[in-house]
Design a protein around this ligand. Structure first.
Ligand code: NAD
Length: 500
């Protein structure tokens, strides 16, 4: 499929692709893809107001019927998986398999949300008063603001939107300014689902705001938007969290990671090697869950590290549209410069680097392809910052308790893993004194989560949870209701308040 065929299949026309001031380039080779129109503060405010109107109608539609819209959307995604996956590759540079995987993740969360639409239930709680009943009722919350990052340009929106829609909320999405086309394509497909669904879906149920952070700020500051789900860097979360809190809004913050894998002496090293490689170089090191740090036990260090270095030498780097490629480009020059900076810094600290550096610059002068790097770090060191590039820092350890302490001794707390065949080590790692992250895996790497679990991390990763489990509760308003069906009015805690 070439780019014009992709655009046509997804319903993107000149109206979306031309005449705007946001230039979109493909990270594959720098091709100019489109000039997208951006929102102004005024147009953003009017879209938010329209979403608030849509909410009033949508909240009254029964939840299982709302699920039907999401079911239709999931089917449309199935029909357009190839094209949307290809657009993800074209616009953010991840390899075809990962582009398709992202769309599959959207389909999976739609399925989950359809089931959820018949399982939104609260508790009935024993009342201390006679002839009283107490229950918990989950109500739609309001318009949900979704801010997303460039590296998961469609899945993160779907995680939020599919749940929000079945919960009775309208949505307003501010995608990354680096990936507006995938967002516009999702919107086109959503409009198709609404048309099939019929008049129960109000106009403006799903809105898109295109622009840089200033447009995101309009959403963040709007009192009409009770929930902001924001995915991006810790710096973004540090700005957004307090702003939302200032107006007593709620936020789900899904921020940066600094994820580690521990390889114990009893680990299946072949398994570990595969898990580490996928985690460290997948999406060219640009996943929030990318493996950035590796703690290897001294007994297996000299076996694992050279094997890993060898595997890195053979990595196929290149055009992400080529099915043989495993490592595509970085998103832009800035990302490449950040990688160079981090490697220089590591060298100054005494790190021993293999790999790294720009490649394929003759073939793709405007594409930033790099060789993933391994850095063997000196004793006692650690890495506190997330550099959004394929750099794997390796540390040697002796005692598991020390490795866990060092793994946890960073500001972020997203994903972690241990490779071990020792049940004591595995259970210690997932115990209260083990990993302090939102995700703690055993014999699986740090990246590639399924939608069924709640996704998110602790500390500077923001504490948010989205996707599976009971994450849906964040998109609803919890109401406690007590009904008195007797003829007296006993007060709670036995308080007497008798009027003469
Ligand atoms: P970024 O922080 O530069 O931008 C993310 C989004 O936030 C963009 O849409 C941007 O326009 C918007 N934004 C930035 N500042 C804002 C502000 N003050 N107010 C409102 N909106 C604002 O991140 P990026 O470079 O696109 O993505 C990479 C980062 O995202 C990495 O740190 C990565 O770990 C993180 N990430 C986290 C998760 C997660 O689930 N935890 C998932 C994907 C990416």
């Amino acid at each position: 499929m070439n780019k014009d065929q992709i655009f046509t299949q997804l319903g993107l026309t000149d109206k979306e692709l031309t005449g705007g001031n946001l230039k979109v380039f493909s990270p594959i080779d720098g091709t100019h893809l489109a000039d997208v129109k951006t929102d102004s503060t005024a147009s953003a405010k009017s879209k938010i107001a329209a979403a608030a109107e849509a909410f009033k109608a949508w909240r009254a539609v029964p939840a299982p019927r709302r699920g039907e819209l999401v079911r239709l959307y999931g089917n449309i995604l199935r029909e357009n998986k190839e094209a949307l996956g290809a657009l993800v590759t074209l616009e953010c540079g991840k390899i075809r398999q990962e582009g398709l995987g992202e769309v599959q993740e959207m389909i999976d969360i739609c399925d989950f949300a359809v089931g959820l639409s018949r399982q939104i239930y609260g508790l009935t709680i024993a009342s201390e008063r006679p002839q009283h009943k107490m229950r918990e009722i989950w109500q739609p919350l309001g318009p949900v603001g979704i801010i997303s990052a460039f590296n998961f340009p469609v899945a993160v929106w779907a995680w939020n939107a599919a749940l929000a829609l079945v919960c009775g909320d309208s949505t307003i999405w501010k995608p990354s300014e680096k990936t507006p086309l995938t967002a516009l394509a999702c919107q086109k497909l959503f409009e198709k689902a609404c048309a099939e669904f019929g008049p129960d879906a109000p106009e403006n149920l799903s809105q898109i705001l295109i622009g840089e952070k200033e447009i995101g700020e309009v959403l963040v500051d709007s009192a009409s938007v009770p929930l902001i789900s924001a995915t991006g860097s810790c710096a973004m979360g540090r700005a957004v969290g307090p702003r939302v809190a200032k107006r007593f809004g709620r936020s789900i913050l899904e921020l940066g990671g600094n994820n580690a894998i521990i390889v114990a002496p009893s680990a299946d090293l072949d398994l570990a090697l595969q898990g580490i490689a996928f985690g460290a170089v997948g999406t060219c090191g640009q996943r929030c869950t990318t493996t950035r740090r590796l703690f290897v036990h001294e007994d297996v260090y000299d076996k694992l590290v050279p094997a890993l270095q060898k595997a890195y030498e053979r990595l196929p780097i290149g055009d992400p549209l080529d099915p043989k490629t495993l490592v595509g480009p970085l998103i832009d020059e800035q990302a490449y410069l950040a990688m160079e900076d981090a490697l220089n810094h590591a060298q100054m600290e005494g790190g021993k680097i293999t790999g790294g550096g720009r490649v394929l610059s003759n073939e793709f002068p405007s594409g930033y392809y790099v060789r993933p790097a391994i850095v063997e770090m000196p004793k006692g060191s650690n890495v506190q910052e997330e550099t959004f590039a394929p750099i794997l820092y390796i540390f040697k350890y002796k005692d598991l308790s020390d490795a866990i302490v060092r793994q946890n001794a960073v500001p972020q707390g997203l994903s972690s893993a241990i490779f071990t065949s020792d049940i004591r080590e595995a259970e210690t790692f997932t115990s209260e004194s083990g990993s302090d992250c939102g995700i703690a895996n055993v014999n699986i790497g740090t990246s590639g989560a399924e939608i069924g679990g709640a996704f998110g991390g602790e500390k500077e990763t923001g504490g948010g949870r989205e996707s599976g489990s009971d994450s849906w509760k964040a998109y609803m308003r919890r109401m406690t209701s007590t009904v008195n069906y007797g003829s007296a009015l006993p007060l709670a805690q036995g308080i007497r308040f008798n009027l003469e």
